[in-house]
Design a binder for this molecule. Structure first.
Ligand SMILES: Nc1ccn([C@H]2C[C@H](O)[C@@H](COP(=O)(O)O)O2)c(=O)n1
Length: 228
């Protein structure tokens, strides 16, 4: 057999390439078939859904952030309120004649109205000139006579009951005051200073057992000192 002349070979190649091109064309026209249209629609739908989800996510994040901000603002307002009443308790304490420790107490009702105040002092008619603010002589110790700030506040109340009231006191209540506060059914005790002594430890034990919550409040720097 003679080898095919070049022109024939080229013609054969062209036909082959045309044939394969035709197949390719057929294939590509097949990809524009209903299947590929469905695929395109599906992709479009998915893209839309993705965008909707992203928008929803963003909205959720914004709402969450708003809720967090709102909570933080509420907590800040509450703290400011506690600090304001404790400042009042501090001012009240300045009336005490105890040269060593002045304690002040303010009691507020559910509407945040002050219903009573008290500070540590000897009972009415118990003369400071006769009874001294001393601790040296065990027979004449001030602790035998003094009425605590909380006790005075409970006694001085200008309402029928202290149920659900809130107590603000500059020093943590001792065991005796804790007894009275529990019996008065107050809701919560906020205080400034604490002491690690037996009457105060016993008080904590009792308050916790009676489920009367207490919380120490820290005053903002520079605002706690009251110039008089
Ligand atoms: N929660 C409290 C604790 C103490 N007091 C009074 C009682 C005394 O007058 C004074 C403490 O005297 P110190 O032992 O520091 O010489 O504070 C009170 O009213 N309420």
């Amino acid at each position: 057999m003679h080898p095919a002349p070049l022109a024939e070979k080229n013609e054969a190649k062209r036909k082959k390439s045309k044939a394969s091109g035709g197949r390719r064309h057929r294939l590509s026209s097949q990809s524009a078939s209903p299947d590929s249209e469905n695929l395109a629609k599906h992709c479009e739908k998915r893209e839309k859904l993705k965008k909707r989800c992203e928008a929803k996510d963003e909205k959720m994040t914004n709402t969450n952030q708003q809720l967090i901000d709102e909570d933080a603002r509420k907590a800040e307002n509450q703290l400011e309120k506690h600090q304001r009443f404790l400042r009042m308790a501090k001012v009240t304490s300045l009336r005490s004649k105890d040269p060593n420790t002045q304690v002040g107490c303010v009691i507020v009702d559910k509407e945040n109205c002050i219903v009573s105040v008290g500070y540590n002092g000897f009972p009415i008619g118990v003369d400071d000139d006769v009874f001294r603010w001393d601790k040296e002589d065990p027979e004449d110790n001030k602790h035998l006579y003094v009425v605590h700030a909380e006790m005075n506040a409970i006694i001085n109340k200008r309402c029928a009951t202290l149920h659900d009231c809130t107590v603000y006191v500059t020093l943590f209540p001792c065991n005796k005051c804790a007894q009275m506060l529990i019996q008065s059914r107050v809701k919560k005790v906020y205080f400034l200073e604490d002491r690690d002594e037996l009457p105060f430890r016993a008080s904590k034990k009792m308050l916790e057992h009676a489920k009367l919550p207490y919380e120490q409040i820290v005053m903002p720097r520079g605002k706690y000192v009251i110039e008089c």
